[in-house]
Design a protein around this ligand. Sequence first.
Ligand SMILES: [Zn+2]
Length: 394
Amino acid sequence: MHQVKLLQLIRIHKQGDTHYLHIMLHANEKTTYYWQVDRETAIRLQAITDFSKGYFYQLSWESTHRQSHITQTYRNESKNLGFICSKRYAEQLTQIQHAESTEQLEELAFLSRNLAFKQETSLSGSRKQRKQRKLPWPLTATFILLLAILSSFTCHAIFTNVNADSEKQEETTEQPIQEEPKPETMLPEDSMTSEEERAIPAVALDAEISSGLDEGMVALTFDDGPSDYSKQIVDILTEFGAGGTFFLIGSNMDEHPDSVEYIHDNNFSIGTHSVNHINFASSSLATQKGELQQSIEMIEAVTGEAVTLFRPPYGQMNEDTKQLSRELGQRIVLWNNDPKDWESRNASNILQQVKSQDVSGSIILLHETEATVDALPEIISYLQEQGLQLVSLQ
Ligand SMILES: [Zn+2]
């Protein structure tokens, strides 16, 4: 049976002399791959795409006489953009289209689940080797999904209040693993400059404690870094012109000093999340003060800028915490949207969790994990499709 799948183009990468299309296949499951393509096709595609504007790109399955096209969708508007492709691209496209299962896709030599996959097959037991999904792809589910993505901009009006306990089970055993080689983007120099100069929208928090924003805005927040994923998160946010706020743990900073600089140099906000991820509600005043003061000093020593945002681990605090925060010039930042990324560690679950809650005016709690990195482009696209402004917090 002929499989109908939606082929989304997430980004275009260049690693050394090799070009990759980061794609997502939408069936009843969504799966991302890196598709190694020829330079000519990659450059032609790069010329007609802009991943900083929140467009949804769908590659056409049709390609005739070296001509193919891509559909660019933003809100309710779609347009087809033609591009010249290689014969090899057209052949590979056909192979992807005709694959009837995940197993068949995995066998295609030009596809891999991540950029490091082929070089690191000897790294057995590494957590980064993902579970392969092995599910059939019913046609009907595909159509439903396609309709849902392209035409539905509903948001469910289930508003979740701050759940101070919801971070309680958060795993703090997140340990750094080997860093994947970071792909370079193919953006030419001049467009890189304009990317960097694009102002990231920011909102200054006035309240002593914030757990939400005004309607029309949304803040993505990333806890428990810095980590091996910090730079990837920064790059994705930059690509989409989205704001972001990082709540860092002091004890992780020694291992990732570059990541702290990278976040700061790219103009994203940094707040403190304590030195040792302690529970402030059950700690003495002296311990709380040490943790807060020291973490602020550690971050300021790298960035040279005052730290003013504090997220207590697990959202747990007491009156001492509030008093200390006032004394040390900190505004407490909680959240009202928790996709439980630390629990599921699954990109499509994270996206579904985000979508199942009221996103306008939300502060979304995320963590620096691989699944969150995988889900992030789609989360941002979804939020931008809602017409929301993705802001950094200040
Ligand atoms: Zn945390």
